[in-house]
Design a protein around this ligand. Sequence first.
Ligand code: FAD
Length: 456
Amino acid sequence: NVSVVLFTCDLRLHDHPPLRAALDGSRQIVPLFVRDPAVDGAGFAAANRLAFLADCLRDLDAGLRERGGRLVLRHGDVVEEVCKAAAESDADEVHMAADVSAFAQRREERLRAALEAQGVRLHVHDTVSTAVPPGAVTPASSDHFAVFTPYFRQWSRQTLRDTLGAPRVVRVPDGIGSAGLPSRKGLTGVSEGLAAGGETAGRERLTAWLRRGVDAYETGQDDLGGDATSRLSPHLHFGTLSPVEVVNRARRAGGPGAEAFVRQLAWRDFHRQVLAARPAVATADYRTKRDRWRSERTAREDVAAWREGRTGYPVVDAGMRQLRYEGWMHNRCRLLTASFLTKTLYVDWRVGARHFLDLLVDGDVANNQLNWQWMAGTGTDSRPNRVLNPVTQAKRHDPDGAYVRRWVPELASVEGPSVHEPWKLRGPQRAGVDYPEPIVDLSEGLARFREARGRD
Ligand code: FAD
């Protein structure tokens, strides 16, 4: 007997419940990945993520080959391709991971119906892409938590399953055809400083992080210049690392740094349980504030300056340039660039979320859209009118200006914290700096936002 294992956002061999279940029940498996044009059409496939994905698929194939198998890659509608692969291999089961977006929920429904018609059973496994699955903890009165702190209290009390090892042997039936593996070469628009993808790279990073990085996380997580976060987000997005394994290993490492790190991982599950319950919040407000946001069209110049990192606020510009160069941005800077766009420039959060999704290698419907909504005040933040002042934030989280000087070379000659307020420079120092004046006055921006929100 044969089982198909459909890989989606779980591109790994370690701690993979669908793979384990398929191998337990079958002599042979078809490890399948489908490149579906509908995913590209829906905007999920950006150059940076396609490049990272190519690394992941190559590494997954290499891992399967070491064990006697190989990856089967197909192009086309995911439901049709799974049905075809099942028919060609005479499989009687398909195993896959549960997922939360509207796209994934529809895919699962369609797949279940199509496979049933073919006499094939679909098994959907729910601790693959989250540590605690959506719906596993709920408040008394709702199907999901809308506030993080009580969610986290219950999340922390859950007993996670043990981490599963990678299989030793994988046998794939002969004669199942596969498309060629993609590669980074030939892709245009990939960020120069993009990290390497794949399970091997992810496992190395996790091990190094738990040995050398995590202890300083509690105090260093917001330090922009120190760059002291795990950078595991792309691996969690593509599932080259398992959230269950990451939490289990971090808890074993122990200490206040590991605890703070596990708390951040719970934010990931929190957003997933919101999206699973309310898939429409990928584009619609979670809590409607009746904002009359400026659109991309009405705020064209401001949006262009924000995207290109020339707002005249150095820390905002540094973040936006890091995003373009690395396909990744520090969380503190994601917060303050999002606050700047939505609250200071009063531009619709969807404009910013779209730009982030175009570039972020970890770009993820749940985390991106719901963090944007959190900062725009339309989401789960209990203080929806909070505004982050980019100058105060910069002085607090980049006290000597190292982060800004790294990403805004025009300001490299300005020493110390004065780099955060170049408009205050005088005389020859100002003359030597080719950097724009602020595009907006912070207090005017704040007044516009307060007035707009106040009218509701
Ligand atoms: P660490 O600080 O090392 O945290 C460890 C892990 O915890 C991360 O890898 C991530 O999986 C999770 N995590 C940390 N913070 C958050 C958070 N606020 N919400 C959810 N999970 C979190 N994260 C994404 O993975 N994809 C996105 O598309 C995304 N878009 C964002 C957009 C905005 C406007 C903001 C404010 C945040 C966004 N985040 C997103 C959350 C966060 O910024 C990143 O997860 C984090 O910066 C990744 O870096 P790291 O792996 O070094 O994080």
